[in-house]
Design a protein around this ligand. Structure first.
Ligand SMILES: [Fe+2]
Ligand SMILES: [Fe+2]
Length: 199
């Protein structure tokens, strides 16, 4: 893939995120996914870094149509565009597969390191302090839960994901372990305050 093709992919994806106008999955979510993936990729050799960046950038564009099943939808939207700009079939396959299986329900289908890197980079935006707060607000806003209930829901959710040991890379696991300790502290502090008690 050339730098010009990568730039075309970025522009294509950016237009989608801007049209979606979802405060919880903005263009910056795509950018941060690419940044995390680059960081997690450092210990690995023979990564197709442009394909990885493309998959990260494109992974949530399918949310323009639906949240449930969006990974497959993202791949469906991206496919004709990647063909149009002249990527070869192997590279298209690499990108689309990583996108399609970025949900925890399908990550057991991961075959390439690019699949695993996109997954971990995306999940670090739930299993991190930033991610926890981001999704907490998402749940309050979109699911109309009150703050306290949403906090319990999120805490249960991140613990489940954490216990499920889904993270795919050693560095991803390490970061999550550190972040979980910080999240636990935030949850405890918030609960104590909510009960009208001092720590
Ligand atoms: Fe997603
Ligand atoms: Fe995402």
């Amino acid at each position: 893939m050339t730098s010009s093709q990568l730039n075309q992919i970025k522009q294509f994806a950016k237009d989608y995120y801007q049209k979606m106008n979802d405060p919880y999955h903005p263009w910056e979510h795509a950018l941060l996914t690419a940044e995390y993936a680059k960081k997690l990729a450092k210990p690995f050799k023979n990564i197709n870094d442009k394909a990885l960046e493309s998959a990260c950038i494109l992974h949530d564009i399918g949310r323009i149509k639906k949240d449930e099943g969006h990974p497959e939808e993202s791949a469906k939207i991206a496919k004709p565009f990647l063909k149009k700009i002249g990527l070869d079939d192997d590279e298209i396959e690499l990108i689309l597969r990583a996108i399609e299986i970025h949900a925890k329900e399908r990550i057991n289908e991961a075959r390439t390191i690019e699949d695993k890197l996109l997954f971990d980079a995306d999940k670090l935006q739930i299993l991190s302090v930033y991610g926890f707060l981001r999704v907490w607000m998402f749940v309050v806003d979109k699911r109309r839960m009150n703050l306290n209930k949403a906090l319990d829901f999120m805490w249960d959710y991140v613990q489940d994901v954490h216990k499920g040991n889904y993270m795919q890379t050693p560095l991803g696991k390490k970061i999550v372990n550190q972040e979980m300790k910080k999240i636990e502290k935030i949850v405890k502090d918030y609960k104590t305050g909510l009960e009208g008690k001092l720590k």
